[in-house]
Structure formats: structure tokens, C-alpha cells
Design a protein around this ligand. Structure first.
Ligand SMILES: Nc1ncnc2c1ncn2[C@@H]1O[C@H](COP(=O)(O)OP(=O)(O)OP(=O)(O)O)[C@@H](O)[C@H]1O
Ligand SMILES: [Mg+2]
Length: 226
């Protein structure tokens, strides 16, 4: 295990959009994030924040440059192995919570591992423990529509944690929350970071939210702002 969680080396991403012009979303971006860091990525709309997060999460591939995450060079991992890597290492949290509306809170949390029943622990028990940890002990069987926005986001966090990820990638996780619910989510992130050593990379527009991170990285036009 290395001390470094993410090494991006001259990363570029060009989107080729049908008959529209090419868009250079990231330009020769290099950065290093250590294991156990809590980093906020900020910058204007369109500066490449989500693009960078999607590349780190192996949801999309760079046009040029290399990316090493948790010791693995992403370009060298293919197909099923990539899905395995994502499932073992990464927990993803989005602005829109992406919960399945017809499933209860506990079923939503279990969902990522349903196709891969874990051997080392009881999935149902772990899902309930996680919901309890995020303050939803009384909400196991509620549907997303029966939960507040902040509660739904906490279900999404519990779901992101079901695989015990070493790395949490969160894109505007407080974007749909009021300041109280946003503050509670940050308290939860700080606890995960401090007590479990989870590395957190969080995109946010909000300086008050970014202030919870140990380091703030600013993007501008697909590059690090100086
Ligand atoms: N799938 C895509 N196809 C073409 N262009 C894209 C695609 N996704 C993003 N872009 C473009 O790439 C640039 C960076 O987008 P990105 O989503 O990374 O920005 P962002 O910093 O996350 O912005 P926001 O704060 O608005 O979420 C933008 O100019 C955007 O229009
Ligand atoms: Mg974005």
C-alpha cells in the first residue's frame, strides 16, 4: 500500500460532441492526493470539476495523461476488472441522490452488493448499521419519497459506504440540501475521514462547505488555478 491515493499526471479530457465543437474540459492537469486526505475541488461552472471526479472514479477515460488510483494505473484495467476495482475501492455520492424510488432505505443501501454477496459479513446487518451511523435508525423501511432531502442524501452516503471504500468521491453532495443538512453531512464526512481514515474528494460550489476539507483545489478552465 502506498501513501498516495491519487496521482494524476498531465491529464487531459476532450469531449467530442457530435456536430458541436470539441470541448477541452481538462488540460494537462497534474495533482497528487495523499491517502487519508479530505480535499475539496472548487471552481466556476464548466471548469472541469465533475470531469475530473468522473476520471478518478473510472466512470470515464482521459483523452491523454495517466491516472493512478490506490496504486492501480486505471488505463491498464479493463472491463470486469474495472468494475471490480470501482466496487472495492470507491464510494460515489452524487448531487442527485440516485436512489431507487421503489426500494426502501435499507434495500437501496444493499443494492450495490446484491449481485456480489459478500462472504465476510452479513449484508443486511451492515446496511442497517450504516443507516444507524448516518442517523437513520428509525427509517430502515421508508421509501425515498417518504424521506426528507437530507435523509435521502444520508441513505446515498450509507450506500456509498456499503463496500467499505478507501476513497469517497462526492460531486456536489450538499447541492440539494439546506445549510443545516449540509452541515450535518460535513460532520459525517469529517468523522469518516478522522475515525476511519477514508480519503474524501468532494466537489462543491460552496465556500462554507469547502472549508470543512483539509485542502482546497481550485480549477479554472480545466487547469489548476494559480
Ligand atoms: N459529456 C460531455 N460532452 C461534451 N461536453 C461535455 C460533457 N461533459 C462536460 N462537458 C463540457 O466540459 C466542460 C467541463 O464540464 P464539467 O461538467 O466537468 O464542469 P463542472 O466544473 O463540473 O461544472 P458545474 O460546476 O457546472 O457542475 C464544460 O464546458 C462542459 O460543457
Ligand atoms: Mg459538475
Amino acid at each position: 500500500m502506498t501513501d498516495t491515493m491519487i496521482v494524476a499526471d498531465n491529464l487531459s479530457k476532450v469531449y467530442e460532441g457530435g456536430d458541436t465543437r470539441q470541448v477541452a474540459a481538462l488540460r494537462d492537469l497534474s495533482l497528487t492526493i495523499e491517502r487519508g486526505e479530505f480535499v475539496a475541488i472548487v471552481g466556476p461552472s464548466g471548469s472541469g470539476k465533475s470531469t475530473l471526479l468522473n476520471l478518478i472514479g473510472a466512470i470515464d477515460q482521459p483523452s491523454a495523461g495517466s491516472l493512478v488510483v490506490d496504486g492501480a494505473e486505471l488505463a491498464k484495467i479493463r472491463g470486469d476488472a474495472l468494475a471490480d476495482f470501482r466496487r472495492k475501492t470507491i464510494g460515489l455520492v452524487f448531487q442527485l441522490f440516485n436512489l431507487v424510488p421503489v426500494l426502501s432505505a435499507v434495500e437501496n443501501v444493499k443494492l450495490p452488493l446484491i449481485p456480489y454477496p459478500p462472504k465476510g459479513f452479513n449484508l443486511d446487518k451492515r446496511a442497517k448499521e450504516l443507516l444507524t451511523q448516518v442517523g437513520l435508525a428509525g427509517r430502515f423501511n421508508h421509501l425515498p419519497s417518504q424521506l426528507s432531502g437530507g435523509e435521502q442524501q444520508r441513505v446515498a452516503i450509507a450506500r456509498a459506504l456499503i463496500n467499505r471504500p478507501d476513497l469517497i468521491l462526492a460531486d456536489e453532495p450538499t447541492g440539494n440540501l439546506d445549510s443545516k443538512a449540509g452541515g450535518e453531512l460535513m460532520a459525517l464526512f469529517e468523522e469518516l475521514h478522522r475515525e476511519q481514515g477514508v480519503t474524501i474528494v468532494m466537489v462543491t460550489h460552496d465556500p462554507n462547505i469547502a472549508a470543512h476539507a483539509g485542502r482546497v483545489i481550485e480549477l479554472r478552465d480545466g487547469r489548476l488555478a494559480d
